[in-house]
Design a protein around this ligand. Structure first.
Ligand SMILES: Nc1ncnc2c1ncn2[C@@H]1O[C@H](COP(=O)(O)OP(=O)(O)O)[C@@H](O)[C@H]1O
Ligand SMILES: [Mg+2]
Length: 180
């Protein structure tokens, strides 16, 4: 797999890119580039199968923003908040949602309306009321690692598909895709 990211303009407003993530260090490097180009108030969706590396990416991103403590997966708590020197980061995980009204009942709207950066795992399970993202990062297992039947929990190649929906998202996407 090539290390050169491919970027395609799909139209004037949507922009997409694919970044190859050969190993966990590459995922961490992508997270650092994203962290450097984040703006307050951004919403980023993190999509992809269980175990593909969404939380791992968030860990590196928080470290890049200066967080030194533990980063627990919000699978059970739904939200893990971080007060950082730059801006708050709200890490959500809606894996356990089984109905869209759980999002409405959870009362998280205020987090999405403020200056914090919202990082959302499993946004697909929160229904259509979930605020749209500036950037969607879709992680998947690079095809060859699955074909070979290798242990997907070991260092194995992933791929990140980036899709930007706003000017802030496009800035982030370009920074993330260009620097590798
Ligand atoms: N290239 C890679 N990028 C991210 N994680 C990787 C990579 N290769 C192996 N891993 C491992 O895969 C697992 C991903 O777990 P996690 O981040 O919790 O997944 P998710 O949040 O998507 O369910 C971690 O154990 C991590 O060490
Ligand atoms: Mg996770």
């Amino acid at each position: 797999m090539s290390d050169t990211p491919f970027r395609a303009l799909t139209d004037g407003s949507l922009e997409s890119a694919t970044v190859a993530l050969a190993d966990e260090a590459a995922t961490a490097a992508l997270a650092r580039r994203l962290a450097d180009s984040l703006a307050p108030g951004m919403v980023i969706w993190l999509s992809g199968a269980l175990g593909v590396g969404k939380t791992t990416l968030v860990r590196s991103l928080l470290a890049a923003l200066g967080h030194t403590g533990r980063v627990a997966s919000p699978t059970f708590t739904l939200l893990e908040p971080y007060e950082l020197s730059s801006f708050p980061v709200y890490h959500f995980d809606f894996y356990r949602f089984s109905a869209a009204n759980e999002w409405r009942d959870a009362g998280f709207d205020e987090y999405f309306a403020g200056n914090g950066v919202c990082l959302v795992e499993w946004p697909e399970l929160a229904g259509t009321d979930l605020p749209r993202p500036d950037l969607q990062v879709s992680l998947d297992f690079a095809a060859d690692s699955q074909d070979a039947g290798t242990d997907l929990d070991t260092e194995s190649p992933r791929r990140a598909g980036l899709l930007a929906f706003s000017e802030a998202g496009r800035r982030c996407l370009r920074a993330a895709a260009d620097a590798s």
